[in-house]
Design a protein around this ligand. Structure first.
Ligand SMILES: [Zn+2]
Length: 296
């Protein structure tokens, strides 16, 4: 497609900048490549897949099976951030990603948590926003707005896709609301404090053995405190994770006579997994209903 206005504008830009322009490349809008979207970790990749569909190229910084909190970036990954059109991340979640964005991609980054009312845990801002489906809708909308501005040809598609994601999240939230409406226990004892947004959305009470990050070994005092609380509240389940060693949860399960069951904080998929955000959230709901004594 030949558009004289675009050619003139591009030529003028080249004349002004004198760098980075070639006569053919700048004038040929029809061969423009897809926007390159870098997602910091899995739930943001899922949002990008849903909203961008086949119109964007997605790279995910955190590989399947890797726990994302303490991600380290290779030089190649930092380069992918520098050359991206959009970098999706949650500020304060992955320090290495925050640093790379500050140095390489300040104007191209979308902090998907920026529009969300954050919860605090132990005085620190809780980054685990994706575990409330309503927040996934906000993430999808933020991405659709950014994509629409850098790739206006497909703006309508991005917005339609974001509405479809929102509809999926409404269905998921309704499943949670009805599935967790009548439960014998509303206290969930979890490994690290990832579930505050989910707990708030659906009327549960999170008790975390560890803090906001899964790396710190809990003190014996904290273990004893949680064990005492479990006895007082008649809690018979401890939720462990997919990407973190279940050792701490299993130890506490042994000392309290509880059973350890997986509740996936969706910080990443396991290698080779065919699951996605929705299927893992549905498996989590099934685990909660079975172990919190919920009646349907
Ligand atoms: Zn976490």
């Amino acid at each position: 497609m030949f558009r004289p206005g675009v050619v003139l504008a591009a030529a003028a830009a080249c004349a002004l900048l004198l760098v980075g322009c070639s006569a053919s490349g700048s004038a040929t809008t029809s061969t423009r490549s897809h926007p390159k979207v870098v997602a910091a970790f899995y739930p943001l990749q899922f949002a990008a897949e849903q909203v961008g569909g086949s119109h964007i190229d997605i790279t995910t910084l955190t590989q399947a099976g890797v726990e994302p909190h303490d991600l380290e970036l290779s030089a190649q990954q930092v380069a992918s951030i520098a050359s991206a059109d959009v970098v999706l991340y949650i500020k304060g979640f992955q320090p290495a990603v925050d640093d790379a964005i500050a140095q390489e991609a300040a104007g191209k980054a979308v902090d998907v948590g920026a529009e969300i009312t954050h919860l605090t845990t132990g005085g620190a801002v809780d980054p685990h926003i994706w575990l409330d489906p309503a927040n996934m809708t906000a993430i999808g909308n933020a991405l659709a707005n950014r994509l629409a501005s850098i790739d206006p040809d497909h703006a309508a598609t991005y917005r339609t896709n974001a509405r479809a994601l929102a509809a999926q999240m409404v269905v998921l939230a309704r499943q949670y609301q009805s599935g967790l409406a009548r439960c014998a226990s509303r206290t969930i004892v979890v490994s690290h404090a990832a579930f505050a947004y989910l707990a708030k959305a659906f009327g549960l009470q999170q008790v975390a053995i560890m803090g906001l990050s899964p790396d710190a070994e809990p003190s014996p005092a904290r273990m004893a405190q949680v064990a005492q609380l479990m006895r007082a509240d008649h809690v018979h389940t401890i939720y462990s994770e997919t990407l973190v060693s279940p050792k701490v949860a299993q130890t506490l399960a042994q000392t309290t006579g509880a059973k350890a069951v997986v509740l996936d904080p969706l910080e990443g998929l396991k290698p080779g997994s065919t699951d996605n955000y929705v299927s893992v959230m549905q498996a989590n709901l099934t685990a909660l209903q079975a172990n919190q004594g919920c009646r349907s």
